[in-house]
Design a protein around this ligand. Sequence first.
Ligand SMILES: [Fe+2]
Length: 283
Amino acid sequence: MLIAQISDTHVSAPEDPDDAVLHTSEHLARAVAHLNRLDGRPDLVVITGDLVDRGEVGEYERLRELLAPLRMPVFLLPGNHDDRGNLRRVFVDHAYLPRDGFLQYTVDGWPVRLVALDTHIPGEPGGRLCGERLAWLAARLAEEPERPTVVAMHHPPFAIGIPVMDAFGLDGSDGLAAVLRRHPQVERVLCGHLHRPIVRRFAGTVACTCPSTAHQVALDLPPANRLAFVMEPPACMLHLWLGDAGGLVTHLSPIADEYPAFTVHDGQGWVRDPRPPPGFHTA
Ligand SMILES: [Fe+2]
């Protein structure tokens, strides 16, 4: 089983001044094409929040159009830039989304179970897992203690050493850790929010964050103290389940235009790939 994760798509309206700078829709279109042409076709895609930039209906409609070409099911969860009501309104046919309350759900039917959490606090950049949300998580994890599981949510439950981002962290990470320690079937905690690839041991499992499909947060470690976005190459994460013996392996897959290998191995020796590299044209 292959789970693809993209994050922080931040789709905005064409008239939004940020749209002309960040080009988030063009970047998402590129990410969708990338996922569709992967040799190992993902079974599903999860987008770990900040789906759109201002939580507006028009933005969600644009997001919907951009995701339409995906050849696999896609699962959405909210980040701090999202709006639960507008997300529900535009994706009303996404039956896994609860009709009211927190946007939390499970995805079943594959070897690895996905449990999505809602860390959104309306109007605030930080996130929260309150008692109600954590109790829901504990109940879901208790349902299938033997099933390898990934927990997906927007705000990561740990600090990363970039001060301005750590200021918008997750309230409730201690409670989350307490739940996860009781459920060793959780192979991974998949997060977004930080627009960077980051990995950390957390509560007996592995927690990681996925880059944005568009703009990345600059890696400004102390003593730097600024919030800057840079157009580093975007990427998605591919979480590959190799069975009980092999476990869950996470790959970072840069999103770039397709480029051919110069050589391929045919089993006996190296041969030239007949396709020209990008930017070069045969006479
Ligand atoms: Fe974001």
